[in-house]
Design a protein around this ligand. Sequence first.
Ligand SMILES: Cc1ncc(COP(=O)(O)O)c(C=O)c1O
Length: 418
Amino acid sequence: MKYDVEAMRKQFPAMERKINGYPAAYLDGPGGTQVPQRVIDKVVDYLTWHNCNIHGAFATSIETDDMLMETRKAFADFFGCSWEEVSFGANSTTINFNLSSAIARDLKPGDEVIITDIDHECNRGPWEMLEERGIIIHNVKVDLEKCIIDMEDFKSKLNDKTKVAAFNYASNGVGTVSDVKAMVAMAHEAGVLTIVDAVHYALHGPIDVKDLDTDFLFCSAYKFFGPHIGVLYSKKEKLEGLRTIKVKEQDDFAPYKFETGTLNHEGIAGAAEAIEFIASIGETYGSEFEKELKGFSGRRRNVVAGMLALEAYEQPITAHFIDELERIPGVRVYGPPKGYPRTSTVSFTMKNKSPREVAEYLADRGIFVWDGDFYASKLVRVLGLRESGGLVRVGLAPYNTMEEIDRTLKAIRELAEK
Ligand SMILES: Cc1ncc(COP(=O)(O)O)c(C=O)c1O
C-alpha cells in the first residue's frame, strides 16, 4: 500500500511544533493522539454557532439534538451496531464505574467477577471496588514471558457463581491484542456478562461488536483523533435490563438511560468528525482491502477500511522498531512474541537507566514517549518493574514516520553507550 504520510501530517497542525530545534515527534499516541484541523474546526463551529442544551424549541437546541443523533450514528458505524446502542460519557473510567455500579445493584455477596492482570486500572478498579460489598474478584494471570493472557487460567475461573468478566481488547502497557472473541464466547457459555475495554485497541483496528458478541464495550475518542470523551456500546437488551445510575426523571431506555446530566456537546461534535476523518482515510485506501471489506457499505465500510489502512502502514514500522531495539545492548522489549496480534505500541526497559531518564533524554531531542505504568499498574507490578519506574512506551500513530522511529533508535543507541 502506498501510504502518503506527508498528506496525513499536513492535516495535524501540531506537527509544526519544534522542541529545542527538533521537529516534535509525537510517539505518545497511546496516551491520546494529536487532533486534525477538521476536528478542531468542528469543536469551534459547535461552540461558535450551535452551543446549547437539548430538547428546546429553538435553532441551537434543535441543532444540538441533531448533532447528538448524528454522532450516535457515526459511532454505530464505528462499532458496527445500531445508534440505540451508543451512549456517551465523560471518559472510559467514569463510564465503567457507572456500569459496574449499575450491574452491582443486582449482584449479591458471594457472586464472582473476573478481571485480568493485563488490564488498565479502568477495567479493574470499578470491579475491585465491589469487594467491599462481598463480591469476590478473581485475577486472570498473564504469561510473563509472552505478555499474553493465560487463557486456561481465564477458563478455569469461570464457574456458576461468575457474573461478570472484564478484559481489554488490547493492552495499553505492552500492545498485546487478546482473543476477545474467544473470551466472550467462553464467558457466554458460562452465562457471564462481558465488558470489553477497547480504549487502546480502538486506534489500531476495526471494531465489530456484533462479531465479538460482547455485552458491553467502551472506548475514548481522544485516543483516535477526537476530544476527551468516552463512548459506550451496550447490547440494547442488556442496557434495557440494567438498573442504571440515574435521576428519576431521566429517560429509562437505551441509549439515554446511561447518560447523566448535560453531556460534553463540543467534545461529542468533535468525536463525530474524528470518525469522518477515519472514514476519509478509508475512502482513500479502501480499494487496497476489497477482500476484507466484502459485505460492508457506506460509512461503515470506510471506517473499517480506514482502520485497516492505518494498521497496514504502522505494522512494518513497528516490526522494524522492535527488531532494531532488540539489537541495542541492555534493551529489553516487553510484549507478545513475533507473529502474535499486537498494536503498534512498543514498551521496553534499558539497563542502568530508569524509564524516566530515557523519556527525558528523548524529550530533550523533541521525541515524546511515555514512561511509568500508564495505569497498566498490575501488569507492570507482576513484571517486577514497579520499583524500577516501569516501562518506556513508544506508540505509533498515522502521522508518525519511519524517520522519526530511526531518530528515536539513534537516540536510544547513544544513551545506551553513556
Ligand atoms: C486500555 C485503556 N483502558 C482505559 C483507559 C482509560 O481511559 P479514560 O482516560 O478515557 O478513562 C486507557 C487510557 O489510557 C487505556 O489505555
